[in-house]
Write a protein that binds this ligand. Structure first.
Ligand SMILES: [Ca+2]
Length: 237
């Protein structure tokens, strides 16, 4: 009996130690799995919103220069992002596409054109108040040319098409409001409308800071059109 009792104690000790070892291995394996999962987590995208302008790359429209503009209000102050003020507070124009002129290159002595007319403004954050998205027909060799320009606005996390639409810009200097929208911090649309609101020709709402739209000079009270110097020569035409 005694020896049988002693043998049971030894067995229980062995079993308990085995279970302890198994539990330890399980915890280590679990931690390793968790660490591995961390490595494969999808990082938060650096871009929250994206506004995209495209226009035709065929015929005379291919040579037109159209500009994408975004304006937003925060704390009673309006700021705009476009070719004259390409980076503001985490919102940036990627490239001022001048039409075929921007995309030409020489290969083997022959001029080639990349068939893309596209401007993108990326938002690394969501402005607290209303965002306006406009396009303006800046320049074309033919003063009577009309250009159909398409604007798309995307939220990236999670992905959602906020707006997509086309409009015919009639002649140089024609500006059109595609969409105005307000989002909360989570990216939910709170309000959306299509009422026209000029960014290019708007009066400057603030007084003097050169850091505000449209990077005007102190004392200049004639609005962005003058500050932008809309003459074609200013951009090398
Ligand atoms: Ca442009």
């Amino acid at each position: 009996m005694r020896s049988r009792y002693g043998s049971n104690i030894a067995f229980i000790d062995l079993w308990a130690n085995g279970m302890l070892a198994m539990t330890g291995l399980f915890i280590i394996a679990f931690l390793l799995i968790k660490q591995d999962n961390k490595k494969t987590d999808v990082p938060e995208p650096p871009i929250q919103l994206m506004a995209v302008l495209t226009w035709s790359n065929e015929g005379r429209e291919a040579h037109a220069d159209v500009d994408l503009w975004v304006a937003y209000e925060e704390s009673g102050r309006e700021t705009a992002v476009g070719f004259r003020s390409p980076t503001r507070e985490g919102i940036a124009l990627e490239l001022d596409d001048l039409g075929a002129r921007t995309d030409s290159y020489i290969k083997g002595g022959v001029q080639k054109v990349i068939p893309i007319n596209r401007e993108v403004i990326n938002f690394r954050r969501i402005p607290a108040q209303e965002v306006t998205v406009n396009a303006m027909f800046y320049y074309a060799n033919d003063a009577n040319l009309s250009v159909t320009a398409t604007v798309e606005v995307y939220r990236l996390n999670p992905f959602k098409v906020i707006y997509e639409g086309s409009h015919k810009l009639v002649g140089r200097g024609d500006e059109h409001t595609y969409v105005r929208f307000t989002m909360n911090e989570e990216g939910k649309i709170l309000n959306m409308n299509y009422r026209p609101k000029s960014i290019v020709y708007a009066k400057h709402p603030a007084s003097s800071s050169t850091d505000e739209w449209p990077a005007m000079h102190p004392g200049d009270d004639e609005g962005p059109a003058r500050a932008m110097n809309l003459s074609p020569e200013s951009r090398g035409y």
